[in-house]
Design a protein around this ligand. Sequence first.
Ligand SMILES: Cc1cc2nc3c(=O)[nH]c(=O)nc-3n(C[C@H](O)[C@H](O)[C@H](O)COP(=O)(O)OP(=O)(O)OC[C@H]3O[C@@H](n4cnc5c(N)ncnc54)[C@H](O)[C@@H]3O)c2cc1C
Length: 491
Amino acid sequence: MSDFDVIVVGGGNAAFAAAVSAKEHGAKRVLVLEKAPKAQRGGNTHFSGAVLRHTYNDVKELDRFVPDAEAKYPGFHAGVEPYPAEVFREDLLRVTDGRSDPELSAILIDQSYAAMCWLQQSGRMQFELAHSVMGIRVGGKIKWPKGAIVRTVHEGVGLSQTWFETGAALGIDIRYETGAMRLTQGESGRVNGVTVKGPAGIATLAAKAVVLACGGFETNPEWRLRYLGVPWDHAKVRGSNFNYGDGLKMALDIGAMPWGHWSGCHATPINAEAPDYGKRELTDKTNRLSYPYGVMINVEGRRWIDEGADFNSYTYAKYGGMILKQPKSLVYQIFDSKVLDMLEPRYSSSEPFKSDTLAGLVKQLKVDHQQALKTLNAYNAAAGRGGPFNPAVLDRLHTEGIDPPKTNWAQKLDAPPYVSWPVTGGITFTFGGLKITKDAQVVGTDWKPIPGLYTCGEMVGGLFHYNYPLGTGLMSGLVFGRIAGKSAALA
Ligand SMILES: Cc1cc2nc3c(=O)[nH]c(=O)nc-3n(C[C@H](O)[C@H](O)[C@H](O)COP(=O)(O)OP(=O)(O)OC[C@H]3O[C@@H](n4cnc5c(N)ncnc54)[C@H](O)[C@@H]3O)c2cc1C
C-alpha cells in the first residue's frame, strides 16, 4: 500500500494549488515536501508581488475580489477596461513573439478567472488592488491598467502564508527540510514515489501519484551558465535560494520531454546593490521599474534601449536580462523632478545620487562622464516630440533623430534636481520546462504521458518565450496546479 495518495514536491503557489485541489478531488493522504526549512519556506511565491493576471469581461467581475475598490478609488468602475480572453491572448502572444504553446496558453487564459474565484474560495485568500505597483497617478487620480491589477493581501508573504494555513487546515501533511532527490517507478514505468533527503536521512515514500512543483533552475549558477549562457552564472537571484532545477533533473532522468524556451528566463531591473539572493524581508522591493519615465545609460555613458517601448508590465521581464548583458551588468536610471512622485514606492528602498545639474549628476556615476553628458544632451535635444505626456496611455511623446529612440513618455530631462539609481538585472525564474498534457501530466520523449507523474508552476515548459506579461507566473501555477492536483487525485 502507498504511504500517500498524492505527494506534491515543493511548497510554493503551484504546489499548494495542486495539494488543495487533490484533496478536493478525493485524495485523502496528501503530502507536501518542502526542501527549505520552515523559516525559508514558500519559494518564489513568498517573494512575489502576488499580482495576478486574469480575464474579466466587465469590471464588476472584480467586485467579488475587491468589494471596496469603488469606495476607495472613486471612478474605479468607469476607469477599468474589460480584459477578455482575446486581449489576454494578444498580450501573451505579442510579448512571447507568437511562441506561447497554443494548447497550454488557451487553458491558462480560459481558466484564469475561475482560478481566481477558486483561490478566493478554496485557497481562502483575500485580495486588494495592487495600487502601489499598478496604479498610475494622473492629475491626482489613479488610472488602472487592465488585466493585472488585483493581488493577494500582504502580497507574496500573505499568499504563501495563507497557502500553508489552508493546507494545514485541510489536513495536508507538510514536511520541511525534506527535498526530493529521485522519482521511483514500478516495472510498468508508473511513477510510484519519491526518494527524499530529510532531517532523518534518506527515505523512499510511496504514492499513487506525484506532482512536481519545485520551481525552475534560477538559483543554480551551473545550469544558468549551461542553458542561459554568459553572464547568467553571475546574476543576482531575486527570490528563493532553493530552486536548483531538482524537479526538472528528476523528471529528465526518467525520460521526461524538455519543452519550451530553455535559454529564456524572466529577469528584471533591480537595485545594483541588491543581495545575491532574495532577502525575505525585502521581497520584491529591489525592483526598479519606473524607467519609462526616464532614461537608462550604461557605464560607457550610452543609452542602449527604448525605455518607453511599451508599458513596463510588458518590458520589465526582458529588460533585466538586457541590463545584465550591458558592460559590468550595470546601468543607471536617470529621472528629473517632474516625474519623481510617479516613481514606484519601491525606489525608496535605496538612496539615489542627486544633483541640480546633469553634469553634476553624471560625475557621481561610474560611467564615462563625457559620453554620458553628451548622451543626455542629445536625448534632451531629441525628446519632446508629439505627446502630450500621459503616463496612462502610450502617449507617443517621442524622440527624433537618436538611436535608440524613445517611443513614449519622452519628456526632456530639464527640471532639477536630477536623480539616478544604479541598476542591474536580477533573475526571477527560468522558462525552460517539461512538456505536459492538458491534464498536466508529464510527457516523455516517446511522446507518451508518464503514468503517475504531473507537474505545474515554473516547471511547465512552453508558455513563456523571451518575455512575459506581468502577473502570469502565479496564474500559471494556479491554473495548472489545480489541474495537476485533480489529475493526480484521480490517477
Ligand atoms: C521578487 C519576485 C516577484 C514576483 N512577483 C510576481 C507577481 O507579482 N506576479 C506573478 O504572477 N509572479 C510573480 N513572480 C513570479 C512567481 O513568484 C513565480 O512564478 C511563482 O511563485 C512560481 O511558483 P512555483 O510554485 O512554481 O515555484 P516556487 O514558488 O518558487 O516554489 C518552489 C518550491 O519548491 C521547493 N523546492 C525546490 N526544490 C525542491 C526539492 N528538491 N524538494 C522539495 N521542494 C523543493 C522550494 O523550496 C519552493 O518551496 C515573482 C517572483 C519573484 C522572485
